[in-house]
Ligand binder design. Sequence first.
Ligand SMILES: CSC[C@H]1O[C@H](OP(=O)(O)O)[C@H](O)[C@@H]1O
Length: 363
Amino acid sequence: MKINGIPTRTIRAIDNGAAVEIIDQTLLPYRFEKRVLSDWRDCVEAISVMRVRGAPLIGVTGAWAVALAVRENPENEPLLKAAETIQNVRPTAVNLQWAVQKMLATLLPREPSLRLEAALKCAAEITQADVETCRAIGEAGAGLISELYSKLRRPVNVLTHCNAGWLATVDYGTALAPIYAAFERGTPLHVWVGETRPRNQGLLTAWELEQQGVPHTIIVDNAGGQLMQHGDVDVVIVGADRITRRGDVANKIGTYLKALAAADNDVPFYVAAPFSTIDWNLNDGKREIPIENRSSDEVLSIRGVDRSGADITVQLASAREAAANPAFDVTHNRFIKGIITERGVFAPTELCLAYQDVIESMQ
Ligand SMILES: CSC[C@H]1O[C@H](OP(=O)(O)O)[C@H](O)[C@@H]1O
């Protein structure tokens, strides 16, 4: 996407792959700053504290982390040790595991002395594939919004949750990609943006939409149901961190509650995700998808800036308080009208048919 007219991506290799430059998302929406990661351990830290976040982006970052580990030492033992650390930094988004395993599948059959060139090539391919996949998701989903406009003949109200925009991928995004594509085609629309406690990734979505001139309104997470009850939401589009083969979806905490409210109010609920987010090994998402539990500190305090723009952290409740912080929840496929992928829009239970070739290639 463009920032002040300059094409910008969330991650790019620099110095011939000797480092990667990321946008430090822990500083947004207050400051836009880039950060150079020149050691695979820097990538691990960036994923862990969410300087980079979003299922596809942490997968791409994981791929570059493996490339940096190969540069440090291409021998099997150190490489496998680094890969194990990298792929386990955050457990829910399958993209991280997918990317690391894809890198290893390319590297391990090769002599250590030939691994660096292969690693850089594979990481670059994973990066470019994410860009093209997300652009295709945008095209596939834009029609849904345009069709709604042709029926409603007024701006389409879309509700989204967390951030599944270009900041969560290399470019274009997943849930926001159809919104950007429809908006660029001239379809009148407005986006309700759930702030998404506790890390408030919805503020990243608001920042993105502001940069692109897309009309939007920030709401507290719990307002989504009331808006749906009053006919103020025409469609819900969210991202995903892991989708099972039957179409159960793990996504940011709060997604399930929005799906329940959408079902109760006959609001179509869509999930946008690339093929790298589908975990063909899992079926029952609620039972099988690992849910990341993050620090209670994220619940008990909140980071922002004061009116002078200085960083502040506000303690919301005593640090002695107990706080639970599951970062994701799982929505059963029965609540999902369609999954917007780079191959088109499919009913959740049709994913296996849509990706039959991928499944067969894995066997
Ligand atoms: C395009 S996937 C974005 C997905 O990832 C987010 O989680 P986090 O910000 O913790 O990495 C959230 O679940 C989004 O829907």
